[in-house]
Design a protein around this ligand. Structure first.
Ligand code: HEC
Ligand code: HEC
Length: 248
């Protein structure tokens, strides 16, 4: 059996109370740190370290005890699977350090909604300072929080390859944008200026029947239904229901 790690003399071992404290952070610094973090250990670590690193500098303990390397797994949407965008995994985890889950869910949802609709990357490193690829990078709108969709929509928009240096550079810049947006939302939340504004009308329309408490209640979530269920026309739901019943 592995030996328990020994605490240095004088360190207290009571766990810090949760959630951890927060002070206003600098979104511009988060951008630069997110970008640099991507260079060290990819998107998920980059976004996480951009937020936790500033809190570590400004507050110290308990953030000095957060090993940000644990978010390394989130790169490529989690162990190489292309599920949730890794920058969102890191950012959502950072958000959850600073507030109870009931609040964190609202802020995370707002971040994911922003990610779906935002044309990025916006961040542009200084000339000569790019990680993998100099110059402007094609912007795209993912309409999804999934790594798979985000990357492939960008490949389509740019005509470039998913394993290219340009794609990696694009994701480094997306990490910078996500880190800055996260800090912006955290600053708003912790100064009582946060307001959830994200809405997806297609999802609302579908959930009238498929969502919680409604006649079918056979799905959950807020991802854009239309993006995958392309055979359902949200403007002709009567036809959808007719067709669906014909299938039975
Ligand atoms: C007014 C109610 C209603 C609304 C609104 C509605 N559906 Fe359905 N949907 C149904 C019914 C009824 C069925 C068939 C029942 C079953 O398969 O259990 C169905 C079946 C489905 C199915 C499985 C069969 C198929 O066609 O592939 C999918 C997927 C689906 N709906 C997606 C959607 C999406 C996406 C939206 C929004 C754009 C939507 N539905 C809106 C009632 C609705
Ligand atoms: C990322 C892609 C994706 C998104 C986004 C998505 N779905 Fe699905 N959905 C699937 C897949 C894949 C299945 C399982 C395969 C199938 O039955 O089509 C499925 C299954 C379903 C089914 C059961 C289908 C059946 O055969 O009876 C319903 C109903 C459904 N989805 C509704 C929705 C609604 C409503 C939304 C929006 C809130 C949504 N889906 C968003 C991919 C997606």
């Amino acid at each position: 059996m592995a030996e328990a790690a020994q605490l240095p003399e004088g360190e207290h071992c009571a766990p810090p109370s949760f959630p951890y404290p927060y002070v206003q952070l600098d979104p511009e610094k988060a951008k630069l740190d997110g970008y640099a973090g991507y260079g060290k250990s990819k998107c998920s670590y980059g976004a996480f370290e951009a937020v936790i690193g500033q809190l570590r500098e400004k507050i110290g303990y308990p953030y000095t005890h957060v090993p940000t390397q644990v978010l390394g797994w989130g790169g490529t949407g989690g162990g190489g699977w292309g599920t949730l965008c890794g920058a969102l995994i890191g950012a959502a985890t950072a958000i959850n350090y600073t507030m109870p889950k009931s609040d964190a869910d609202k802020v995370v949802s707002e971040l994911f909604g922003w990610y779906c609709d935002h044309p990025f990357p916006e961040f542009m490193p200084e000339a000569g300072k790019a990680l993998e690829y100099e110059g402007p990078i094609e912007k795209s709108v993912a309409k999804s929080p999934l790594c798979h969709v985000s990357v492939s929509v960008w490949c389509d928009a740019s005509g470039l390859k998913a394993e290219s240096k340009a794609r990696s550079e694009r994701c480094a810049r997306v990490t910078a944008d996500v880190a800055a947006k996260t800090v912006e939302l955290l600053n708003q939340f912790h100064s009582k200026n946060f307001k959830a504004v994200y809405k997806n009308e297609v999802v609302d329309d579908c959930m009238i029947c498929h969502g919680k408490g409604h006649s079918l209640e056979n799905t959950r979530g807020m991802m854009d239904c239309e993006q995958c269920h392309t055979d359902v026309d949200p403007n002709n739901l009567v036809d959808h229901i007719k067709k669906s019943w014909d299938l039975l």
